[in-house]
Ligand binder design. Structure first.
Ligand SMILES: [Zn+2]
Length: 337
């Protein structure tokens, strides 16, 4: 907490866990409120248990000042961009990541973008942002997700207890806030297949997801704390400082050139790999620059893979859409007492 970089990356933890006191411990999905360890847990509502907690956790981190508004925007951009580079979305709907939570929590990082991970956290964040901005739009700002939380998680002050709920209870409470076809709204987002993440909350919120070559502070912090290089949005690679390739996004430029996870990047354009050398080569190849020549070791075998890539580095940002009201900034303002 006394290190600026570490604090940013860890700041969301306490607001997230505090939220669980209401969303998860007091109100718990029926399938997760098992009486003993012999009955298997059913995680179909984890997009509420963890997804709504992820949303409220981010919002409270900003509202409480543990993040600046800009840090919240960068986290949101990163979440949205990562899901937009998860091709596993085309075969595995979000609902199935919740149903398969027991398996996905422990799965390897290799091929994660195709298998999908516990995406009910980050994609749950986007869905609940979508719900919040939709409530605000439908009621001209008179109602918000806070009203849902008061109804769903509020009540009398009592000794500890668990009140179970099902999908229909979530829908019923949303309808008490503002009547809408919430069942369809939610099921559309939970059961759909497609390459694109649900970004309605960001666009309704008055912002848009953009990419440019300027690394943002969040990426810088993540790279420096975790000793990784994040080239997902450009050539489709995540790797470490020693060249160990963690994952390759399916159908990305690196993937199509034959590079796979667990190989090792040895040299870039004939020079020994370092993160800085890779970045320089990405910049130099932009536009009419040279192709990217990656010398990769696969076990005892070395091979040069040529990537016909000329778009430079790419990092995600949120940009204000001036024609729309800035609901996102409104959401992360501290509540009036
Ligand atoms: Zn949690």
């Amino acid at each position: 907490m006394i290190d600026d970089q570490q604090r940013w990356l860890a700041a969301g933890l306490l607001p997230h866990e505090m939220t669980h006191s209401w969303n998860g411990k007091y109100r718990r999905p029926d399938g997760l409120a098992t009486p003993d360890y012999q009955k298997p847990m059913e995680g179909d509502l984890l997009w509420v248990y963890e997804g709504l907690t992820q949303y409220l956790g981010f919002v409270l981190t900003a509202r409480s000042g543990l993040w600046t508004n800009d840090q919240f925007m960068q986290e949101t951009a990163e979440t949205a961009a990562a899901l937009n580079h998860t091709p596993g979305r085309t075969w595995r709907p979000l609902q199935d990541t919740a149903d398969a939570a027991q398996i996905l929590y422990g799965s390897a990082q290799e091929f994660e973008n195709w298998r999908r991970s516990v995406d009910f956290y980050p994609e749950g964040f986007l869905i609940w942002l979508d719900v919040d901005t939709t409530i605000r739009q439908m009621t001209n700002g008179q109602k918000t997700l806070n009203d849902f939380c008061r109804l769903f998680h509020g009540g009398q002050n009592t000794p500890p207890m668990v009140i179970k709920y099902k999908f229909d209870d979530v829908v019923k409470t949303l309808n008490q806030v503002v009547p809408n076809d919430w069942a369809k709204f939610l099921r559309d987002r939970l059961d759909s297949y497609g390459p694109d993440a649900p970004l309605g909350g960001i666009t309704n919120g008055g912002w848009k997801l953009v990419y440019d070559e300027n690394i943002n502070d969040l990426n810088k912090d993540m790279e420096s704390v975790r000793h990784v290089v994040d080239a997902r949005f450009s050539i489709g690679l995540t790797l470490d400082e020693e060249g160990g390739i963690h994952d390759v996004i399916m159908n990305s430029v690196a993937w199509n050139a034959g590079i796979a996870p667990s190989m090792t990047l040895v040299a870039v354009n004939g020079r020994k790999y370092t993160p800085a050398i890779l970045r320089e080569a990405l910049k130099a190849g932009k536009g009419n620059g040279p192709n990217l020549e990656l010398l990769v070791r696969n076990g005892d075998f070395f091979k040069t893979h040529t990537l016909n890539y000329h778009d430079g580095e790419k990092y995600a940002h949120l940009m204000r859409e001036e024609s729309k009201p800035d609901i996102l900034s409104e959401i992360i303002k501290p509540l009036a007492k």
